[in-house]
Write a protein that binds this ligand. Structure first.
Ligand code: ZN
Length: 101
């Protein structure tokens, strides 16, 4: 019982790290400072690390956290920086929420 529970936890941790690495290799900034977009379209930078998140609720690829641009709680998703225009990228980097994962 104990052992299988630990196995499940290890598997979840491995999946989380694995999906972060895959996303990183595809041009997403996760696993460090990531540019994310909220439901209302605000762009900002947040610290996105696998396994740890104290300021947000992780739902796999989505996270529920506070948007520093619109000052509201929202669902955010990582965006590819290469898909942004220069202006969007500058604006996203100018807005950084609290430096906690
Ligand atoms: Zn927002």
């Amino acid at each position: 019982m104990q052992r299988s529970r630990r196995k499940a936890a290890l598997l979840l941790a491995a999946l989380d790290i694995g999906s972060t690495l895959v996303a990183r290799s595809r041009g997403y900034g996760v696993g460090g400072n990531a540019v994310v977009r909220c439901r209302r379209g605000h762009l900002f930078t947040t610290l996105w690390l696998p396994l740890v998140s104290v300021k947000s609720l992780r739902l796999g690829w989505w996270r529920i956290q506070r948007c520093p641009v619109g000052r509201h709680w929202t669902v955010v998703v990582p965006v590819k920086e290469s898909a942004l225009t220069g202006r969007e990228r500058r604006r996203a980097h100018a807005r950084h929420d609290v430096r906690l994962p």
